[in-house]
Write a protein that binds this ligand. Structure first.
Ligand code: ME8
Length: 528
């Protein structure tokens, strides 16, 4: 990841680095699609600026060690198989990542150890005895106050679980390396107080500021090798393995080649948008930033925290096994319709959403009607011959009735402002609003066409104006839809004959003649 010029920092976006403990589900696809929408949006917004997009798999830790053991496989072999499924998911879903990182890579091992040494040399790491409640599912320690005892019931034995996540915990007392997280509280508080939009949606910024009002405790950042052997060893002390979350958050740096040996080149740091689920806020708003402050690196610009997809109101999770298979959904409805559903319904990010097969199907039909049918209707054989007729008789335009003139003008005006509406919403990270603006324009175009009913009107100019104004609506929608549904958008722009260099947000404003329309192009594949 070398860039010839240091003047323009590449635009950098990340997804969480997923645990390959079980097959990916819709929740993972959602994070990938969300990050991809921003990656693709930035490419059309600023085509000369490179976009760096890192995703991958977080392979170390007890959770993976246990899952591999249950299958009688060495952890690396186990991860090879499932990491490959995450990679395939990214490919099949048209995710435009530029780097898929595996934390089991040598490059990552070196980066993590080098950062450890750096923190250690600054006196930020010390050895201590640590006791607490460990959750393998959540891969973290909880204090006494954060766990609760559930008494025995006829159907289940007594258990101790984490209050926040309901995951089972086990008590452990061991010698660990500790990180002086406590000494970063003020700097973090200062950061979030002055960077008011660091965390989106706002509620999480408030939540994090709340955490920072009380003292932070130092955290354990290693486990004894006897408990955790699948991980990166502490430099010069192989009896201890580095805590998986320290290892994991560093992948955002490894992903763009840290530690940079060639100074003066701009690699992309800091991250511009970091997409995560609300389950991992603390690691991204406190642990990672503290490490970055220690390394004297700038903190990520913005963190987008999204809610969860649920299944019968319960969070979809690999540990619970109540998941929806994204490959299955994509083969049934096509990649773009699944992306459309995820972005339209999940693009407000604030509330959990229950995955609904019926709703995906509705969204698939809606998209086909809005885009596919509109294109078919305005390029039908009859329409094309009436358009030709009108072009041969320019004077006929004076006969257009006033109400139709107004309707066509309103549609053109709406097309002209779509680009800036989308830009406004996307810059505020309101993905659903951006998509809604596009849908609104397409609805208007469909309505204007139905009201004008050129097929019933003897005046050929009604056909010509319907054709022109609807194609224009399709062109600007097609450009703006590229981040969301890249497959359909590209087929649409190809069908409209829009040249490659005219597919940027800026070119939405330019005028167009539709001389190369590919009549009869299929924009959607067959549905089951
Ligand atoms: O936490 N709805 O990995 P993970 C929406 N390895 N998003 C969901 C989801 C759901 N039901 N379930 C998962 C880890 N996700 C760590 C991350 S980062 C340095 C290390 C998404 O495989 C969401 O983004 O458990 C969540 O934060 C992430 O997957 C957790 O994936």
């Amino acid at each position: 990841y070398r860039y010839a010029s240091s003047s323009t920092k590449p635009w950098y976006v990340t997804t969480p680095i997923f645990y390959p403990n079980a097959a990916p589900h819709i929740g993972h696809l959602y994070s990938l699609v969300t990050a991809d929408i921003f990656a693709r949006y930035n490419r059309i917004k600023n085509p000369s600026r490179p976009v760096v997009f890192v995703t991958g798999t977080d392979e170390h830790g007890l959770k993976i060690q246990k899952a591999a053991k249950a299958q009688n496989l060495p952890p690396k072999d186990f991860c090879d198989v499932i990491s490959q499924q995450f990679r395939r998911l990214s490919e099949e879903a048209d995710i435009s990542h530029t780097r898929f990182i595996r934390t089991s890579e040598q490059a990552h091992y070196d980066t993590v150890q080098s950062i450890w040494r750096d923190l250690d040399s600054q006196g930020l790491i010390y050895k201590g005895s640590y006791s607490g409640w460990y959750s393998v599912t959540d891969e973290c320690f909880y204090t006494d106050a954060q766990v609760t005892h559930i008494p025995e019931t006829p159907s289940s034995p007594a258990r101790i679980i984490a209050k926040e996540t309901s995951s089972p915990v086990e008590f452990s007392e061991e010698t660990n390396y500790m990180f002086r997280l406590s000494s970063f509280r003020e700097a973090l508080l200062q950061h979030y107080t002055t960077h008011k939009d660091a965390i989106f949606p706002d509620a999480y910024q408030t939540y994090v500021l709340g955490i920072l009002e009380s003292p932070l405790e130092d955290i354990s950042i290693s486990r004894p090798h006897s408990r955790l052997s699948w991980g990166i060893p502490v430099p010069n002390d192989p009896e201890h393995t580095i805590y998986v979350w320290v290892d994991a958050v560093i992948s955002y740096l490894t992903g763009i080649g840290y530690p940079w040996k060639d100074t003066g080149l701009s690699h992309g740091w800091p991250v511009d948008i970091q997409v995560i689920g609300k389950d991992i806020v603390r690691f991204h708003t406190i642990y990672l930033p503290a490490i970055l402050l220690a390394l004297n690196l700038p903190l990520p610009q913005r963190l987008l925290t999204h809610a969860h997809w649920t299944s019968s109101q319960k969070k979809m999770s690999k540990s619970l096994g109540n998941t929806t298979d994204p490959f299955q959904a994509m083969s049934e409805f096509g990649v773009d319709s699944v992306r459309y559903y995820l972005a339209k319904v999940g693009g407000r990010f604030r509330d959990d959403v229950d995955w609904s097969h019926i709703q995906v199907s509705k969204h698939d039909k809606e998209l086909q009607a809005l885009v596919g049918n509109l294109f078919m209707r305005v390029t039908s054989a009859t329409m094309m011959s009436r358009v030709k007729e009108a072009l041969e008789n320019p004077e006929g335009s004076t006969e257009l009735p006033e109400d139709l003139r107004t309707a066509f003008r309103e549609l053109s005006d709406a097309s002209a402002v779509l680009g800036s509406k989308v830009q406004e919403s996307m810059d505020e990270m309101e993905v659903a609003d951006a998509l809604d603006s596009i849908v609104e324009l397409l609805r208007l175009a469909n309505k204007v066409l139905s009201d004008a009913a050129p097929w019933k009107n003897p005046l050929a100019h009604v056909s010509l104006e319907s054709h022109r104004s609807c194609l224009e609506a399709l062109r600007v929608s097609g450009i703006c839809l590229q981040p969301f549904i890249p497959g359909v958008a590209v087929r649409l722009l190809d069908a409209l004959g829009v040249p490659q260099e005219k597919r940027t947000l800026e070119s939405v404003k330019e005028t167009n003649t539709f001389e190369d329309v590919q009549v009869g192009t299929r924009l959607f594949g067959p549905r089951k």
